[in-house]
Design a protein around this ligand. Structure first.
Ligand SMILES: NC(=O)c1ccc[n+]([C@@H]2O[C@H](COP(=O)([O-])OP(=O)(O)OC[C@H]3O[C@@H](n4cnc5c(N)ncnc54)[C@H](OP(=O)(O)O)[C@@H]3O)[C@@H](O)[C@H]2O)c1
Length: 288
């Protein structure tokens, strides 16, 4: 969002619960309702984009109360703050709200949530808590996020495929990667539409939408493509079953998101996953 925000005149306040080393951050604990409302008033906030969450899927299984506080209670606080000022909450949710049923067609927004663990369950509760407040909201479910920033799958696999002789990666979990910059651009389109409507005295319809890049792949295919595009190392990458990497949570086996609704509603065009991966890897190289 920081990159995207540079292309508008809108006033953005970037917050986090702890200060980041390299970027300007305003401290805000989103579980503190008073602090959230104080900031909304002080900064004259009309929209919130909530990217914060409890995201450690495995640890969530033994830290349920904290996970629920961040993934379900905090979104309600943000929603209530936006309801009070007639603003819009754009909330990032996840493909982990699905997974319990063996789907083999792309997941649609109105499909029943079937989370398999605490993370997915609390993210689903967060969506429901937002909806229950009656605020104006856009819930954006996304999946397999990566970018040139922070810790993520692409950066981990770049490192592993360049340094290891052999690597096993699961091929029985299928989805679609999402370049965070593409998601941020989609959010910018939604914010601009909301601003236009508000200028005309109208209000955007609330709704749940899906956004990932286009296409379908397994984590194994994703890793092979990272190696191929990066063109580094001679690591032998082999497909394996999820059972070879035991984990406290069963991960969705098929969480391809159907993006028809967001494309039709907002006129958003969604890049193909390998095109976006190439862009990200180029930007990463330029950062070195
Ligand atoms: N990563 C994925 O593949 C993926 C896939 C689908 C959906 N999502 C969703 O996308 C969003 C972003 O995910 P991510 O992987 O980028 O997450 P992330 O890297 O774990 O970032 C989450 C952020 O939330 C902040 N946070 C934690 N507690 C907070 C609090 N009390 N008040 C304010 N901020 C707080 C964290 O701060 P600290 O770092 O200081 O704790 C961190 O900056 C989440 O909603 C997630 O559910 C992610």
């Amino acid at each position: 969002m920081r990159l995207v925000s540079q292309h508008t005149d809108d006033h953005y306040v970037f917050t986090d619960v702890v200060a980041a080393d390299d970027v300007e951050t305003t401290l805000l604990d989103m579980t503190d309702a008073e602090a959230v409302n104080r900031m909304v008033d002080a900064e004259n906030i009309h929209s919130i984009v909530n990217c914060a969450a409890y995201t450690n899927v495995d640890k969530a299984e033994t830290d349920e109360a904290m996970c629920r506080r961040l993934n379900a209670d905090a979104p309600r606080i943000l929603a209530e703050a936006m309801k009070r000022v007639g603003g819009l909450l754009i909330h990032i949710s996840t493909d982990y709200v699905f997974g319990g049923d063996p789907y083999n067609t792309p997941c649609r927004e109105d499909q029943k949530g079937t989370p398999t663990g605490v993370y997915g369950q609390t993210k689903l509760e967060g969506e429901q808590a937002i909806q229950a407040t009656g605020c104006n909201y856009v819930i954006l479910r996304t999946a397999w996020l990566y970018s040139e920033y922070g810790k993520n799958f692409v950066k981990t696999m770049l490192n592993l495929t360049a340094t290891r002789p052999q690597l096993k990666v699961v091929f029985d979990q299928v989805g679609t990667p999402t370049y965070a910059l593409d998601l941020a651009n989609a959010i910018a389109v939604i914010l601009a539409k909301d601003k236009d409507l508000k200028a005309k005295g109208e209000k955007m319809a609330s709704g749940v939408y899906h956004y990932s890049n286009e296409g379908v792949c397994s984590w194994y295919d994703f890793t092979k493509m990272i190696q191929q595009i990066a063109g580094e190392g001679s690591c032998d990458i082999q497909p394996c079953h999820s059972s070879e990497f035991p984990s406290p949570v069963k991960r969705p086996a098929y969480s391809v998101l159907d993006k028809t609704k967001i494309k039709e509603t907002f006129g958003i065009s969604v890049p193909y996953w390998t095109d976006s991966l190439k862009k990200c890897l180029l930007r990463l190289k330029a950062k070195d």
